[in-house]
Design a protein around this ligand. Sequence first.
Ligand SMILES: Nc1ncnc2c1ncn2[C@@H]1O[C@H](COP(=O)(O)OP(=O)(O)O)[C@@H](O)[C@H]1O
Ligand SMILES: [Mg+2]
Length: 232
Amino acid sequence: MVRLVQVSASYAPQTTCVLNDISFRVSKGESVALIGANGAGKTSLLLAITGILPIRRGAVFIDGDELSKRTIRTAQRKTGLVFQNPDDQLFMPRVYDDALFGLLNRGIAEEEADRRVRETLDRLGVGHLADRSPFRLSGGEKRLCALAAVLAMEPEVLLFDEPTAFLDPKARRVLRAIIRSLPHTKLVATHDLDFAQDLCSRALILCSGALAADGDPAALFADAPRMTAWGL
Ligand SMILES: Nc1ncnc2c1ncn2[C@@H]1O[C@H](COP(=O)(O)OP(=O)(O)O)[C@@H](O)[C@H]1O
Ligand SMILES: [Mg+2]
């Protein structure tokens, strides 16, 4: 479903690469954890997969199609990135408008868009927040609303950037359970090793922009010397 072949990427043409020679594939329906110290390149990798961060070398394939100017619109419909900070994602006066915006932008008729948005907000238990301002919600509520806006677009692959960071234990439990219940192909950047182990059958370890390991989460996390070497 997602395949990277020797991908290197940087934020500006003449600067050093923040991703170096990364190759892996994620199959349809698989949940994969993306683990790495701060600055290891987790966010950059998610941005490269969604085509937001242009790659310098290598190739990204979404559902078999290589990301290029020609395919980017179709590919971007198949992936949904849930940003680390919901404030980067929610910007409309009402939660409802934020979710509706993307659908209308895609040319979906208003009636169908309205139905999808209300249904998705209800499904995540935040239907009652539809008319509220995203800026006046708790951290947990914001995350759920941001996730709803992404789910309403019906992507096949969900990319989560530290979804449980800065949440209190209860909000974290709620979000973990929802993420777990979603049938999508998932790539989840997280520092929460328990969550990674519970949700994912595979973990990718990023270290200084390179893929340092790809394997069973429990086995990798139990390897104390390597974890230390990766700054984890
Ligand atoms: N907008 C940006 N412009 C330039 N460099 C950036 C930008 N965002 C991140 N970086 C750099 O890219 C590297 C990887 O960062 P990032 O992908 O955010 O790591 P992580 O998400 O694992 O903490 C870091 O060295 C960081 O300083
Ligand atoms: Mg990050």
